[in-house]
Design a protein around this ligand. Structure first.
Ligand code: DHB
Ligand code: FE
Length: 304
């Protein structure tokens, strides 16, 4: 039996140890629990508030939405800012900027060589072709790079997460040709919004925040000996382009659109009418450690 002050209790929570455990998990948990004790005390959190937060966490996890709150709370962009800072310090500059992966990547999308229809042959919205090369920092083409692309459908939904969509719908991997070229046809995607009436939307409503992202397309670019690039591009003209719920838009990643492009040369993508095109090159740094260039295994990783 013992009577504890808050500090004595915290010290006990943070020091009881019967086995070595995991030192990193231990250090992080101690820090987080200490910060939460402090929050509860300084902000006078009531028992009702505490248990309703616990209930919300349970519902968030049960709905599979834990990954949906991190970007809106800034954590995903924070990791990118820290990675950029580390690169700056190490003198690793240049190449296409990274941008958050987001919680909706799914590994193992169908592969194609050089070009593909991401829209799976179903016309839906404005016909859009994005094309370009994967290059190294010296401007040399990177052949056999794998460009993994994924984006939302016309309702802002991602396959595997949004009901009624086919497996890997709007998800493809394109292997660049000998000149490092890739191209794909799809429909210009709209923006994305967090799921309504969900634990995620509950939080952002309580914070008085919207849950909208401007129209964007995600990429994961992997090539032998090159540093893996996770990024996304934005479609210009979106209302939320400078007001992204996930804070992920970046200079250099807003593509330019060419409208009314003549269809000649695009027949293999089923294009017979004027369409919208964007040219965009992905510029990769050389990998300096092996895990920066995880071959294609990175793309087989199970996620979400
Ligand atoms: C979220 C959704 C996205 O499509 C994205 O790219 C980033 C974040 C989200 O719901 O948190
Ligand atoms: Fe997204």
């Amino acid at each position: 039996m013992a009577e504890y002050t808050q500090q004595q209790l915290l010290d006990l929570v943070n020091t009881v140890q019967v086995a070595p455990g995991n030192a990193r998990v231990r250090a992080l948990t101690q820090r987080i629990v200490s910060d939460l004790f402090k929050t509860i005390d300084e902000m006078d959190v009531s028992a009702d508030e505490f248990w309703s937060a616990v209930d919300w966490l349970s519902r968030l996890g049960a709905s599979g939405q834990t990954g949906l709150i991190t970007a809106g709370l800034g954590f995903d962009r924070l990791l990118d800012i820290r990675a950029d800072e580390a690169d700056q310090k190490a003198g690793r500059v240049g190449g296409t900027p990274r941008a958050i992966e987001g919680p909706l990547f799914v590994a193992g999308a169908p592969t194609a060589k050089a070009e593909v229809r991401v829209d799976e042959g179903e016309p839906r919205g404005e016909v859009f072709v994005m094309e370009g090369q994967v290059l190294d920092l010296a401007g040399q083409p990177v052949p056999h790079a794998m460009v993994d692309v994924w984006h939302a459908n016309e309702q802002g939904g991602y396959s595997h997460f949004f009901p009624g969509m086919k497996p890997y719908e709007l998800r493809r991997r394109i292997e660049t040709d000998a000149q490092g070229q890739y191209r794909f046809r799809t429909a210009l995607p709209p923006g994305y919004s967090i799921p309504p009436n969900s634990p995620t939307s509950e939080l952002f409503e309580a914070l008085g925040r919207h849950g909208h992202r401007p129209a964007h397309i995600h990429f994961l670019v992997v090539a032998p000996g090159k540093r893996t690039l996770t990024t996304q591009v934005n479609i210009p003209g979106d209302t939320y382009i400078d007001d992204d719920f996930a804070f992920a838009t970046r200079d250099g990643l807003v593509v330019e659109l060419e409208r009314d492009v003549a269809p000649a040369g695009y027949e293999s993508l089923g294009i017979t009418q004027p369409f919208v095109r964007s040219r965009f090159n992905f510029v990769l740094q050389n990998a300096v450690t092996e895990d920066e260039a995880l071959p294609l295994t990175r793309m087989e990783r199970v996620k979400a």
